[in-house]
Design a protein around this ligand. Structure first.
Ligand SMILES: [Zn+2]
Length: 53
């Protein structure tokens, strides 16, 4: 039976999580104002307020 040579260390796990989180945080920290209603929205996403792109 195949067994992983090394268990992922606590540190490695954290680094992996950080990589995933960075993308999400990056999006959340760069809000863009909708040019139609002025509502804060995520860039390149449909505005939640007026549903316009
Ligand atoms: Zn809008």
């Amino acid at each position: 039976m195949a067994v992983p040579k090394r268990r992922l260390s606590r540190r490695k796990k954290r680094v992996n999580m950080k990589k995933k989180m960075r993308k999400i945080i990056n999006i959340l920290q760069n809000p863009v104002r909708c040019k139609y209603c002025g509502h804060l929205k995520i860039p390149h996403m449909v505005c939640f307020n007026c549903k316009k792109y």
